[in-house]
Design a binder for this molecule. Structure first.
Ligand code: CA
Length: 265
């Protein structure tokens, strides 16, 4: 396993290099934020140990730039800044773990092992599809530049859809993730909330505006979503017939932009 240690304090950097090397890791060290971004972009590291206070750009910005560049190696922030606000900022900014100095070296290596087990899978802190964006930390969602006014359930539904691109979600799956045991499973509450969400998502671009609205695509996709069992292939219901399919096909305009939304929903 190859690590990049980003630490500008020479003694700490030397201690980390020695300890991690003895633990069996290949270790590169840099003390500069911009250099760290360059190295982590060029080399496929298995994890980063990232100090926050650095020359050039700070650790928050290093992490943000790496995630923006689609680099998803686990990042452990290791810093003397242990304010709760700093920890929240680091984790919401794309870091995977946060350890305050002074620290136990055994704990550091245990956390690194746990992070490396998870791998470098994409885990964006802001979810998006086309012009639709959702920030789980800020509890905010936008269509383009327009902030959407979503209720807690609508927000949870949208987050669920955006976290499962290329999947058809059945009512059962939606229930398991968005509702709790108190829901009796008999009423059509899911259909209602999906309807509310569809209207709010489309409002910023004008409901029914041909080529700019999500409506045609959601109308096309949601019957599939709500009528198919989990993990089905996303085809229309067998009873739908060709006219159903043709009627609900999206127009060519805008389809590229919304293809991911359709897939997500
Ligand atoms: Ca420092």
């Amino acid at each position: 396993m190859r690590l990049l240690v980003v630490e500008d304090e020479a003694r700490m950097a030397a201690m980390l290099r020695r300890g991690l090397t003895e633990d069996g890791y290949s270790v590169d060290v840099t003390g500069d934020g911009r250099e760290a971004v360059w190295q982590a972009t060029e080399v496929d590291y298995d994890a980063l140990v990232l100090d926050l206070m650095l020359p050039g750009i700070d650790g928050f910005e290093v992490c943000r730039q790496l995630r923006a560049a689609d680099r998803w190696m686990p990042v452990l922030m290791l810093t003397a800044r242990t304010e709760v606000a700093d920890r929240i900022r680091g984790l919401d900014g794309g870091a995977d773990d946060y350890l305050g100095k002074p620290f136990s070296f055994l704990e550091l290596t245990a956390r690194l092992r746990a992070l490396i087990r998870r791998g470098a899978v994409p885990r964006p802190s802001i979810l998006s599809a086309g012009t639709l964006r959702l920030d789980p930390a800020a509890r905010s969602a936008w269509r383009g530049q327009v902030l959407l006014d979503l209720s807690a359930k609508e927000f949870a539904l949208l987050e669920l859809f955006l976290r499962h691109p290329d999947q058809v979600l059945s009512r059962t799956v939606i229930l398991e993730h968005v509702w709790d045991f108190a829901y009796d499973g008999i009423s059509n509450v899911i259909d209602q909330y999906v309807g509310y969400l569809r209207r709010k998502i489309d409002r910023p671009s004008g409901v029914g505006a041909r080529g700019s609205s999500l409506w045609p695509y959601l109308r096309w996709t949601l019957p599939i979503l709500l009528n198919c069992p989990p993990n089905s292939c996303g085809r229309p219901p067998a009873s739908a017939g060709r006219s159903w399919w043709t009627r609900r096909r999206p127009t060519r305009a805008g389809s590229a932009m919304w293809s991911r939304v359709c897939a997500a929903v």
